[in-house]
Design a protein around this ligand. Structure first.
Ligand code: PLP
Length: 403
């Protein structure tokens, strides 16, 4: 009889977003006269910018001709996009990447999840708490996480990120082989400085560990002391893989394009991780559509840069409105300065879900309970800047009125 991957049976239900959605829907049907404003959405709301749309149209037209038609493309991405990424996202920061160190993909989610394919099952994995759930669940599926007991995976190293440590994980006492770091962070919205990242790179090099660095939100960085890439830290080329995405940078959440960087220096016992990932991608992935890669390339044109930066600035202004309103109402808030997420402490000792319920029932505003991202998220809610300015302002007026 066929055997299934029993690790899947250990996974707890992913209740967070479905429970949030259910509660919002229930409230709405019970209160049809109070439209809920959703400050819980982790998806962009602004349309693709004109430069991107124009490039897509052009690529669609090319596909209609014998000369311009493209079938299977390179699994790793077209050179025009890999070169544009190296030239625009890295070279200006003093980072030299060869195009073959960049692997274009359909999402940072897939890459963060799939990267485990090239690592052994007996590696010890360290994750932040709270955390983007993909790192945890994909390691659980692979069998690296152990058993799920009392809301903890027995084999994972949890690195609490709390107000006390400024939401920066501390280097774990137990030796970690694979370390997931995400800055600017989802859900806390906090970004790491060069000084905060350097010890991680040193640790990884000293211990032969690898940092899996998710910088999906780098476009939101405003503070010049905050690095956009882990490779701005000396020695990181020998210690880290970096995941990037066009999703939040350029509104590609539904268009799907991202990339992963694996420098050639990254080796385990002489084996290059770059060639292992190349092998993995060539076997299991057939590339991102030509039309989408041309759209992504257009993000780097002067018009594309100006237009996408304007969108990011729009969201960051929403984040500012949220920060100002909530702190003005007496709440302690974090994040939102280099990220589209605001992490707000619940008042009066309320738990995450209690505060979520209060804001929903009394103000008709949707948030995301912090506890859903991990035990250390208890006592917080996450609000996102992915909304219109008008709705953001209206939601803040409503929340201020109940606090
Ligand atoms: N990484 C983090 C930290 C995220 O929050 C998200 C999406 O919310 C992703 C990756 C997913 O990116 P993509 O849309 O490229 O799959």
């Amino acid at each position: 009889m066929v055997k299934i991957n029993e690790n899947y049976l250990k996974l707890p239900g992913s209740y967070l977003f479905s429970t949030v959605a259910k509660k919002l829907a229930e409230f709405q049907s019970a209160n049809p006269d109070k439209p809920v404003i959703k400050m819980s959405i982790g998806d962009v709301t602004r349309p693709l910018v004109p430069a991107v749309i124009e490039a897509m149209h052009k690529a669609v037209d090319e596909m209609s001709t014998y000369e311009g038609f493209r079938g299977y493309g390179p699994e790793q991405g077209y050179d025009f996009l890999r070169e544009a990424i190296a030239a625009h996202d890295y070279a200006p920061r003093g980072i030299t990447l060869q195009p073959d160190e960049i692997f274009v993909s359909d999402g940072a989610k897939s890459d963060c999840g799939n990267i485990g394919d090239i690592f052994g099952i007996d590696n010890k994995v360290a994750v932040c708490d709270p955390v983007y759930p993909v790192y945890v669940d994909t390691n659980a599926m692979a069998g690296r996480a152990g058993d799920y007991i009392n809301e903890h995976w027995s084999n994972l190293i949890y690195m609490p990120c709390t107000a006390e440590n400024g939401f920066m994980p501390e280097i774990p006492k137990e030796k970690a082989d694979m370390i997931y770091l995400c800055f600017p962070n989802n859900p806390t919205g906090v970004a790491a400085t060069r000084e905060q990242l350097k010890p991680w790179v040193d640790y990884a090099r000293e211990n032969g560990s690898i940092i899996l660095y998710d910088s999906a939100y780098e476009a939101f960085i405003t503070n010049p002391d905050v690095p956009h890439s882990i490779y701005e830290i000396e020695g990181a080329r020998e210690a880290a893989i970096e995941f990037r995405s066009f999703s939040k940078t350029a509104g590609f959440t539904g268009t799907r394009c991202a990339y992963t960087v694996i420098p050639h220096e990254l080796k385990v016992n002489g084996t290059e991780l770059n060639s292992m990932w190349n092998r993995r991608q060539c076997t299991k992935f057939n590339g991102v559509p030509y039309i989408i890669q041309r759209a992504a390339e257009a993000v780097y044109s002067p018009e594309g840069q100006a237009q996408t930066k304007e969108s990011v600035a729009y969201y960051l202004n929403n984040a500012k409105i949220i920060r100002k309103a909530l702190s003005g109402a007496g709440l302690t808030v974090y994040g939102g300065e280099n990220a589209p997420y605001i992490w707000a402490k619940a008042p009066d000792g309320l738990g995450s879900w209690e505060f979520f319920d209060k804001i929903l029932n009394e103000a008709a505003v949707g948030t995301t309970p912090g506890a859903g991202f991990g035990p250390s998220g208890e006592g917080y809610v996450r609000l996102t800047a992915f909304s219109t300015k008008e709705n953001t302002e209206a939601a803040m007026e409503r929340i201020k009125a109940i606090l």
